[in-house]
Structures are given as structure tokens and as C-alpha cells.
Design a protein around this ligand. Structure first.
Ligand code: PBG
Ligand code: ZN
Length: 327
């Protein structure tokens, strides 16, 4: 052995030799505590509708969703975010603010009663309830920001009355966190946290969701309110604004193509960061796995771990139930 060479080689492979040592030095872990499962609830009875572009994900009617929620709870997935598909849509999304008949309000009351341990988050936006599919109220072919804010206020208060645990505004309206915080506080719901979709891009990765939620815009697109995928300084600005307006948790969405954005937002705040592993990210893995081109389980776990590594504390993901088996 040439002793002069000994110190020249650093040997990182020593810490990769077997499962034990790899586990000991692993930096990031995904646990069921990190995951939130999106659940689609549709009006009507006896429905478990397949969503063709999202294998394994369904639209559930309220009388059937209990089985799914029980499966989630048994797997340790005790947080859900609800999306509603109402029986009727109109220009102002009336179902979204209907205390009695609103699909989400009914769902919250039902789940609260039958699953007291479940943590219920709701998406706060108009696009699932409007016949035009935009995220707010339309004036002259544009989503009118401040009118929309008053509707979002009604929507959160209505969800709060039904018993929601947390609200997650997703419509990218300016001032939405401030408006929602004010409405909640004025109605004695100061304990309900806001997880803001603070940094939400105008992304083609939402394609399958729009089929799942039947919420595709009927004219135009969402580029006048969602962010340009090319921008990251703007993401920091959006994050700053939502922090100032009183958000409790900041979300970055989508996740996979925006890991750099997650990392940047992570550095600029001490608030918890969530990311949304969106529908298209799910569907791409499912499709490639179905073709036998990738190992779906491994790619799923690698992807979720990458989101943690980038700095997310919370991952909203359609993989939650499936991933829980391996965590
Ligand atoms: C509604 C909303 C969308 C998603 C979550 N909330 C769709 C959109 O903005 O078009 C996307 C979720 C996904 O793709 O999984 N504003
Ligand atoms: Zn929307």
C-alpha cells in the first residue's frame, strides 16, 4: 500500500454499504403525517365514479365516501382536502356559499359527525361551482378581483359554520388571505388556520384535475390570475404578501417542476410550507407505470421524498393512501 495516497481518497461509499447505515444517515423522510389526501365529492347517491385520467382516484357521493375515508384513517392518513362537484353550476357559483345544500357544507357536516378524528381542509375557490369554470365572478370577460373576494368571504364563513378545520384559498385573487382572515375573525372563527395557495402557477399539469372536478374554464384560460411558470422572484413576492396578510401555511403548486420554488420559499420564511403534487404529476407516473416503463411505486416514493428534500413540510397528493403502505 502506498501510504502517500491514503488521504487522497474520500470514501462516501462507506455510508452506503447496507440498509442499516443508509437508514442511519438518511436526511429526509416522508411519513403519513406529511400527507394530505384530496377527496372529490359529487352530488347524488350511490356514486363511485372513476376518473379516467387518474387511475385509482374517484368522485364519491356522500353516502359512499365513508368507506374511502375509513381506508384513509386506517392507513394513517387523517387529513383530507375536499373538492366538491355540485349538482348545479351557475354564473356566481351559488352552491359554494349555500349553508344547507352546498355539497361541501353537507360533506363537512357528514364527515365531522362520522369521523371525529379526521382533519378537514377545504379548497376555497369558485371554479368548481361556476358554469363558466373561472375562479371568480366575471365582469366584462375578466374575473373581477374584489367582487370575488366578497364571495370567498361568504364561502369560508359557510364552511366554518359547517365545521371545517382549515381553509385553503386557491384562486390567486389579490388580497384573498386578508379578506378571508377578516371574515373568519369577525365571525368568531379566529382559530381556523389559512393554508394559502400563495404561489400557484398557470400550469398544464392541472389537466386531469379539471376532468376530475369538472372545472375547466369554458372560455379563455387562467393566465390572468395564476402565475407565469417562468417566474421565481414573483413567487417570493406572492409569498411575502400572503405572510403579511396572515397566512398560516404557504403552498407552492405544482410541486415537481417547481422544486426550486419550494426551496426558495423555504429559505425566506419560518412558516410551514406545503406543496401540491398535482393531478398531472400523478397521472404521468400512473401512465408510465401502466406501460411498464417505470417502477411506479419507486418513482412515487422518490418523488415525494424529493418534495420533502426541497423543503416542503406538507404534501397534498393523490398518492397519499397508496404511499402510506410503504411509509
Ligand atoms: C381550483 C384548484 C385547481 C387545483 C386545485 N384547486 C385547478 C385549477 O386551478 O385549475 C389543481 C389540482 C390538481 O391539478 O391536482 N382552483
Ligand atoms: Zn379555482
Amino acid at each position: 500500500m502506498d501510504l502517500d495516497h491514503r488521504h487522497l481518497i474520500y470514501r462516501p461509499r462507506r455510508l452506503r454499504r447496507n440498509t442499516n447505515i443508509r437508514g442511519l444517515v438518511r436526511e429526509n423522510h416522508v411519513t403519513p403525517n406529511d400527507l394530505v389526501m384530496p377527496v372529490f365529492i359529487t352530488a347524488g347517491k350511490n356514486k363511485k365514479h372513476k376518473i379516467p385520467s387518474m387511475p385509482g382516484i374517484y368522485q364519491w357521493s356522500l353516502d359512499k365516501v365513508g368507506h374511502h375515508i375509513a381506508d384513509l384513517m386506517n392507513a394513517g392518513i387523517t387529513r383530507v382536502i375536499l373538492f366538491g362537484i355540485p349538482s348545479e353550476k351557475d354564473a356566481t357559483g351559488s352552491d359554494a356559499i349555500d349553508d344547507d345544500k352546498g355539497i361541501i357544507q353537507q360533506s363537512i357536516r357528514f364527515l365531522r359527525k362520522h369521523f371525529p378524528e379526521l382533519y378537514i381542509i377545504t379548497d376555497i375557490c369558485m371554479c368548481e361551482y361556476t358554469d363558466h369554470g373561472h375562479c371568480g365572478i366575471i365582469h366584462e370577460n375578466d374575473v373581477h378581483n374584489d367582487t370575488t373576494l366578497t364571495y370567498l368571504q361568504k364561502q369560508v364563513v359557510s364552511h366554518a359554520r359547517a365545521g371545517v378545520d382549515m381553509v385553503a384559498p386557491s384562486g390567486m385573487m389579490d388580497g384573498m388571505v386578508d379578506a378571508i382572515r377578516m371574515a373568519l375573525d369577525e365571525n368568531d372563527f379566529e382559530q381556523i388556520p389559512i393554508m394559502s395557495y400563495a404561489v400557484k402557477y398557470a400550469s398544464a399539469y392541472y389537466g386531469p384535475f379539471r376532468e376530475a372536478a369538472e372545472s375547466a374554464p369554458q372560455f379563455g384560460d387562467r393566465q390572468a390570475y395564476q402565475m407565469d411558470p417562468a417566474n421565481v422572484r414573483e413567487a417570493l413576492k406572492e409569498a411575502e404578501l400572503d405572510i403579511a396578510e396572515g397566512a398560516d401555511i404557504l403552498m407552492v403548486k405544482p410541486a415537481l417542476a417547481y422544486l426550486d420554488v419550494i426551496a426558495r420559499v423555504r429559505e425566506m420564511t419560518s412558516l410551514p410550507i406545503a406543496c401540491y403534487n398535482v393531478s398531472g404529476e400523478y397521472s404521468m407516473i400512473k401512465a408510465a407505470a401502466a406501460k411498464g416503463w417505470i417502477d411506479g411505486t419507486k418513482v412515487m416514493l422518490e418523488t415525494l421524498t424529493a418534495m420533502k428534500r426541497a423543503g416542503a413540510d406538507i404534501i397534498l397528493t393523490y398518492f397519499a393512501l397508496e404511499a402510506a403502505k410503504y411509509l
